[in-house]
Ligand binder design. Structure first.
Ligand SMILES: O=C(O)c1ccccc1NCC(=O)[C@H](O)[C@H](O)COP(=O)(O)O
Length: 276
């Protein structure tokens, strides 16, 4: 385990409860037949949608209040908005998530579902089946290769989250094929989209690259895509209001911009047409 003395108090608390849950143990070993995440991204691209992992995130340490709607209805709304995949928080104390929610959502939709939690020990992998699990490089430290193997042995696809180039190197050394660059600094809980822009150029081409956190608008989505994101993970901006409309705006970010460009080119062309 890495030294976590520099983490924000909320994150220290998240990790302390994750360790308590890991110590509880006691569930049977999970075996997953996963829905293919890369194929879901490719289908979205082929359909003209930005591949978006939309996150069911009832609350968080940086959110005021909590969203009490049925998470299954929210998840279905995100898929209706074009989400290629979903992320479901299962962390109960700080994010209002649960394994029961994930099970219900995964049963209701046909897209891949990422389990978003703070896994620090192998026993936590057996809490619930999902198509993808998250491993956060900073929190698992030297245990990353062993946890990656343990997750894959159970059938999970693994998204390894990094925040800087050193963590990226550790993820690549461990054999990660899906890497998420988190724009949220877990030491200060501040978000800066430049984080992704500085780490993305170092990511090998054969790795599927996800931009995580702080993506609040179609312009942000385009910015992350221009910097090399194969997919985007978005929580707060989708959960704030109409989840279907919010997801749609992000998945259509590139198509809508090219339509706007075409329209403005047509408008500019009109005077030329009349003068000839
Ligand atoms: O979101 C938080 O407040 C948070 C606080 C402490 C640790 C982790 C946190 N978020 C985890 C996430 O990975 C995000 O939920 C996810 O990337 C979506 O971010 P956003 O689109 O900014 O909600």
């Amino acid at each position: 385990m890495e030294d976590d003395s520099a983490l924000a108090p909320a994150v220290e608390s998240i990790l302390a409860t994750a360790r308590e849950r890991a110590a509880e143990g006691g569930t049977d070993r999970v075996a997953v037949d996963p829905r293919d995440l890369r194929a879901a991204f490719d289908r979205a691209e082929a359909d003209g949608r930005v591949p978006v992992i939309a996150e069911v995130k009832p609350t968080s340490p940086t959110t005021e209040g909590s969203r009490e709607d049925d998470p299954v209805a929210l998840a279905e709304g995100m898929v209706a908005g074009g989400a290629a995949a979903l992320s479901v928080l299962t962390e109960p104390e700080h994010f209002g998530g649960s394994v029961d929610t994930l099970e219900r959502v995964r049963e209701a939709v046909d897209v891949p579902v990422l389990r978003k939690d703070f896994v620090v020990a192998e026993s936590q992998l057996d809490a619930v089946a999902s198509d993808v699990v998250l491993l956060i490089a900073r929190f698992v430290g030297d245990d990353l290769p062993a946890l990656l193997d343990a997750a894959r042995d159970r059938g999970f696809q693994v998204l390894v989250e990094v925040h800087d180039r050193a963590e990226l190197a550790a993820a690549i050394d461990a054999g990660a094929t899906f890497v998420g660059v988190n724009n949220r600094d877990l030491a200060k809980l501040e978000v800066d989209l430049e984080t992704f822009e500085s780490v993305a150029p170092e990511v090998p081409d054969d790795v599927t690259l996800v931009a995580e956190s702080g993506i609040g608008s179609p312009a942000d989505a385009r910015r992350m895509r221009a910097a090399g994101a194969d997919a985007l993970l978005v929580g707060s901006a989708i959960m704030d209001g109409d989840v279907t409309a919010n997801t749609h705006a992000l998945t259509r970010a590139e198509a809508d911009e090219s339509e706007e460009t075409d329209e403005s080119e047509e408008t500019e062309a009109d005077p030329t047409e009349t003068s000839t």
